[in-house]
Structures are given as structure tokens and as C-alpha cells.
Design a protein around this ligand. Sequence first.
Ligand SMILES: [Zn+2]
Length: 202
Amino acid sequence: MPIPQSMAWALKKILSTRDIFEKGNRLQEFIVGEKFSIRKCYNQLNGDVNPVSWKRLICNNKASPKSIFITWLAVLNRLTTKVRLVSWQMLNDPSCPICQQENEDVLHLFIKCNYSATIWQKCLQILKCPRPIVSFMSEVNIAAEQCRRRHKKSQVYGMVFTDAVYQLWMQRNQKVFENKLVSPDQVVDNIIFNVACRCLRI
Ligand SMILES: [Zn+2]
């Protein structure tokens, strides 16, 4: 059947893969033993791609899906921070809505802002690994490395990191849209509560 233009994007994408399989009867390439191997098919269709260093933070993480999604956007620098909004000429003032002292980009919002730094430090103390905070991507890579491990403490570290990113983004939004900001201690309590609620899964 021809692919209708009005069809949903995902269905169009699925139907367009017919061409890949029809060329040279490629379906046979994915048969292992007598069974069709989805893994082999997926890997071949995917081609040669280098996995990103933070893959485990997104894929091996028992934190809530919404916090993983926000972390994923933060890592890709796709959150609508003020610096990005100014670059799109949708805003004039790029300053951080929480401290008003520096421009609000991902590095400032999640690491350099005093509010965020206080929350990180408290989280690291609770995780029993107090240390100076490094850059956002370095923190992402440290958390991703923890997510690779099976030890429960490492799994909890990844969950706390992801939920902290989510909570900071929510607090920032609350400050922008409602001019409200809860204390760092309250944010840390929220993070610990959210992680504790999902700890039965690990
Ligand atoms: Zn700030």
C-alpha cells in the first residue's frame, strides 16, 4: 500500500522500513537458528553508532520516567533555559531567576547557582560521598558510571542525581511562573522521598 501523507509519523516510519527488508530479501540475514532475532535486526538497522558516555544514566536508571526525561533534555542542552530563550529572541533578560547573579544556562542552573550547589552538597553528604562539585557534564558522567554498577548504593546515587536535576528544573519553573521557591532543605527532602518511593524496584 502507498504510505498516506496524513498517517501518524510513527506509522509512516514503520511502513517505510519495508524497503529495507524487500531489497535482496534481507529478512533472512536476521534469522538465528530458526528464529527471527530482533536484537540482530535492531543492531544492523541502527548502523555503527558510538554510544554516548551517559547512556547508562538514561537506560540503567530506576528513577521516575519524568525525571529521566528532564535529565536527558538537560544533558542534550535542550531545556528552555533563559540563555536559549534570549538566543531565540523570545526574552531580553538571560539572568538566573533564582539568584539573578549570572546568566541562566544548564551549567549555572544545575551546578553553579548557590541554590543548586547547596542542594548538591546536601545530596552528596546523604550519599556519604562529600566532595567538591565539578562541571555539569562531569557530574553526569560520574552518575552514569555509578548507574553501570549493580551495587544498590550506586543505583541510589544515579536515582538521586536524576531526581535532583528534575527537582531543580521544577523549582526554577515555579520561581519563573509563580515567583515561589522552597528552601534547599525542602528540595532535598522531596528528592529523598521520591527516591525512597522507587527503591523497592532495585
Ligand atoms: Zn542562579
